[in-house]
Structure formats: structure tokens, C-alpha cells
Design a protein around this ligand. Structure first.
Ligand SMILES: [Zn+2]
Length: 346
């Protein structure tokens, strides 16, 4: 059982802490959920949606483990009861975490069928059963149809938590049977405070968050994958490119060792930062519109990858870099924004 969001190891189910707490920016949401639990109003099917890399799976894990814990402490799972020890080890019999298995990018019908059987059984501990499906939009159509049976008549002791980045990617029949919980983008200050112990400095946290377009878990992942130097190199290369210096080759070199997803995320973050710094009239220019088109292209590729496509990394990046060079390589947008379009503050 290895957890991940659409890509990358966002949540590692092989190292679950004793106590699973929500992330700092999820406090209000968490209070509402625990209040619903106290009032015995927690829905049996919950659809948690929101931007990628903001911690939806962490929230689902915290809720699942709280539901299974025998003696919650201060609104969190206790970490020491028998069910908590089992859920930390991934071997709690009343807990299922569904995600695409192995190299698959989809959740298959067989996985959902096993959940249907699971939900029809009596809870081993005689209390509650919990199923988390993440990301739920990766269910195949037949898998989603199969899940409908459980959603239509959820057994009283079974809780289904669906996690998805884009709820529109789920069939309306699924959405309408879940209580929807939409999470917003985490506030910047809280993301930075959370990142700092990891990155080691406020400056690096800001760089990382900028590159990750404000998504703290992606920032953490970029830090873990890329290392500080590589991030700086990419950021410096983007700054130079946007200022009409150096062309696209240094950027391609700086991103050469990155996973495709990470390279795309950094490119997206850099161009977003460039556009954020433009004033109104400049945003209306043909060049700025062309830059927005590149963002659309990148997001489209990201969605395709999330949906299971496996593009040729080199061909795709070469084409993307060529477009970036064509649109932004003359420095026409960069000259207005100082030296920090990619988020490098040094
Ligand atoms: Zn416990």
C-alpha cells in the first residue's frame, strides 16, 4: 500500500506517523468534520476536492484514522490503541486505501469490487470501516459504476472518503451521492511556515513555493527531488530567458535531470510568476496572451498525465521549450519585472 497523489510520493503509506493530524491550513475544515462526527452527522460518503498538492490525502488519512481509533485524544487519533497501531502499519482490517496500483494510472473495477465486498462485511472491530479512494477521478468508468452500488446504500458502519483534484472528472452520479467538501488553496503565510523547517530557510521556502505555484506539498516535493542547487539553476535560467538573455538551452540543461512532471511544474510556476508581475495593459498584449496559451498547454499535458497518458519526455519538453523560446525569448515581458521572475531572491 503506497500512497501518492496523481504523481510523486505525496503521501507515503509506508511511513504513517502514530498520530495523523490535518495540515495547519486545514484547521477550520477539521473542526467542522470532528463536530459532524460528534453530532453523528458525518456523511457516509465524503468527496474531498481541491487543488493538487495541498494535502487532501493527509486530511483523508487523519479522518480515516480518527474514525478507526478506539480512544481519540484532543480530536485526533490517539496513536497508541490497537486499531491505531494497525492503521499505522497499513494492516487494519477495517481500512482500505485505494489508489492506482503498480504502474497503472487508473483505479480498476476489480479494486472497487473488493471494496464492495469489504463494505458488505461486518467490521472486524465491530465499530467502523473506512475506505479512501485517491485520486477518485482515476477510477475507470466501470469502476465508478461499480462504486455506485455502495454509494446508493452505504452500510451504516462504512465511511467512504473520495479524494479528487477535479470533481468534474467524476461522473455526476458519483458526485451527487457524496457530501462535497471543497478545500481552498492554502494561505501563503501558513504554507511558508510549514515549509520552513523542511527547507531550512525562509528564503528557500519562498523560492520553493513560488516554483510550486503556491502548492506547499509540491514545494516540499520539489525540494526533496531536486535539491536546492538544481532549483536555483532552473530559476536563474528562467530569469535570464525571460529577460532575453541566454535563450532556452540553459533552462533545458537545468531541468534535464528532472522528472517530466517536476520539469513541467517548474516551467508552469516560472511563467505564472512572470505573468503575475505584469501590470494590466501588459497583460493584454499579444505576447502575454501567448504566454497564457503556454500555461494552458502545460496544464493540458499535466491533466493528460494525470489521466494516464505517458508522453515521450524529451519530445514533449523540446516542443515546450521551443514554444517558450519563441514567445518569451526576446525578453519583451521580462524587462518589466526585475530579476526575479522564477522566484530566485538572490
Ligand atoms: Zn487510537
Amino acid at each position: 500500500m503506497l500512497g501518492r497523489e496523481a504523481f510523486g510520493a505525496v503521501m507515503d503509506l509506508t511511513s504513517i506517523p502514530d498520530v495523523s493530524a490535518p495540515l495547519p491550513w486545514q484547521g477550520d475544515t477539521w473542526s467542522r468534520l470532528t463536530q459532524q462526527m460528534e453530532d453523528e452527522q458525518l456523511p457516509h460518503a465524503l468527496l474531498v476536492s481541491g487543488p493538487e498538492f495541498t494535502g487532501k490525502s493527509s486530511l483523508a488519512m487523519a479522518l480515516a484514522r480518527l474514525l478507526l481509533c478506539a480512544k481519540p485524544v484532543d480530536g485526533l487519533n490517539c496513536g497508541s490503541c490497537h486499531p491505531c497501531r494497525l492503521s499505522a502499519g497499513g494492516s487494519h482490517g477495517d481500512f482500505r486505501w485505494l489508489e492506482p496500483e503498480g504502474k497503472s494510472r487508473v483505479i480498476k473495477i476489480d479494486q472497487i469490487r473488493s471494496v464492495v465486498d469489504f463494505s458488505n462485511r461486518t467490521a472486524g472491530f465491530g465499530v467502523r470501516k473506512v475506505v479512501v479512494i485517491a485520486p477518485a477521478e482515476t477510477m475507470t468508468m466501470s469502476a465508478a459504476n461499480s462504486l455506485l452500488k455502495v454509494l446508493e446504500e452505504p452500510p451504516p458502519d462504512t465511511y467512504l472518503i473520495l479524494v479528487c483534484h477535479r470533481s468534474q472528472g467524476l461522473p455526476a452520479t458519483i458526485r451527487s451521492r457524496c457530501q462535497q467538501l471543497r478545500l481552498a488553496m492554502p494561505p501563503r503565510a501558513q504554507s511558508l511556515a510549514w515549509l520552513e523547517p523542511l527547507s531550512g530557510s525562509a528564503e528557500m521556502s519562498e523560492n520553493l513555493l513560488e516554483l510550486a505555484a503556491g502548492r506547499p506539498l509540491l514545494a516540499a516535493q520539489l525540494h526533496g527531488q531536486s535539491g536546492v542547487e538544481r532549483l536555483r539553476d532552473a530559476s536563474v535560467a528562467m530569469t535570464a530567458l525571460f529577460n532575453g538573455r541566454g535563450g532556452v538551452l540553459p533552462l533545458a540543461a537545468a531541468l534535464a535531470e528532472e522528472e517530466l512532471e517536476s520539469a513541467l511544474a517548474q516551467l508552469l510556476g516560472g511563467i505564472e510568476a512572470l505573468l503575475r508581475n505584469l501590470d494590466g495593459p501588459r497583460l493584454q498584449t499579444v505576447q502575454a496572451r501567448a504566454a497564457f496559451n503556454i500555461l494552458d498547454d502545460i496544464r493540458q499535458v499535466q491533466r493528460a498525465i494525470d489521466g494516464g497518458s505517458n508522453p515521450n519526455r524529451q519530445m514533449l519538453l523540446d516542443a515546450m521549450f521551443a514554444k517558450v523560446q519563441r514567445v518569451l525569448g526576446d525578453g519583451g515581458l521580462g524587462d518589466n519585472i526585475g530579476a526575479n521572475p522564477g522566484g530566485a531572491h538572490q
